[in-house]
Design a protein. Structure first.
Length: 278
């Protein structure tokens, strides 16, 4: 059986999964954003552009035997990678089930199927624990966004986690909406996890600029930022995002973990921006 020894990861999620499987040493190239969620990726690897801005020449320079990416990615770069005879694994997760399957696929590709099963089982266990604690609670209305200009609701897997955490997800996951439409829904809680901003979403500014001062969430100071790598990286890091969501939605039951910030509190020091956490 052939297992790749030189992997280029174009997405933080794949890097996190490989690290969790104990296979980070196989990664010879990754993006500068991988280190945000996977400190083990900081040194000793060639830095390459992510899936959306991928450059086949720099990928090929690492002499890889497997490239892992996630949508959206550059079709031209993918075509050149495939032309060079390099195996390409393209992921497109939408739901938690998709993420579990991607973990299984990556684990199988590197010969760590059992470790992949354990990783999935651990994630599912944490989901079940939180779900059990919130199952009888009255679910508040939660608007969760992954981008602010335009306003884009968070992805389907985040909508699932909101429900697990005891909330009702407002809007259509992954789709654009408007400040007026959200205000009309009058959510009890607003959560912003913008791609590329860490925990630096300007909560006070978006309330003011969008005219949300009369919104129930704003009146009750239930507007939060969750570090984007905890919500927008479809990998085991989502469990930390789930805990942050649970603390924001039901603070009477769940303590506030790192990565959760409430309106009126300071953000962490600035990090470099990026466009996607897939």
């Amino acid at each position: 059986m052939f297992y790749p020894e030189r992997i280029v990861s174009l997405q933080p999620s794949a890097t996190v999964i490989l690290a969790g499987l104990g296979q980070i040493e196989r990664v010879v190239g990754c993006t500068k954003y991988c280190a945000d969620v996977c400190p083990e990726a900081r040194n000793g690897r060639m830095i390459v552009a992510d899936s959306w801005t991928a450059q086949s020449t720099e990928i090929l320079a690492t002499n890889p035997d497997l490239v892992i990416a996630a949508v959206p990615y550059q079709d031209k770069a993918v075509a050149e990678i495939l032309k060079a005879g390099i195996r390409f694994l393209g992921l497109a997760p939408k739901t938690l089930c998709d993420i579990y399957k991607d973990i299984a696929v990556i684990a199988g590709a590197v010969g760590c199927a059992k470790a992949g099963e354990s990783m999935i089982a651990e994630m599912q266990h944490h989901v079940q624990v939180v779900s059990f604690r919130t199952r009888v609670l009255v679910p508040p209305k939660v608007f969760c966004e992954e981008w602010g200009k335009p306003i884009i609701a968070s992805q389907p897997w985040v909508a699932e986690l909101v429900r697990v955490a005891g909330g009702t997800f407002l809007g259509e996951p992954g789709m654009k909406t408007s400040a007026e439409a959200v205000l009309k829904e009058d959510p009890d809680i607003v959560i912003a996890g913008w791609c590329g901003t860490g925990d630096r979403v300007p909560l006070e500014k978006i309330i003011r600029d969008r005219g949300w001062e009369t919104m129930k969430a704003a009146r009750n100071s239930r507007v939060y930022c969750i570090s984007d790598e905890l919500l927008n990286t479809p990998a085991p890091t989502l469990i930390r995002g789930l805990k942050a969501l649970a603390a924001a939605i039901h603070p009477e039951l769940f303590p506030a973990p790192p990565g959760l910030r409430q309106v009126g509190t300071q953000a962490s020091p600035i990090r470099h921006d990026h466009q996607t956490r897939a």
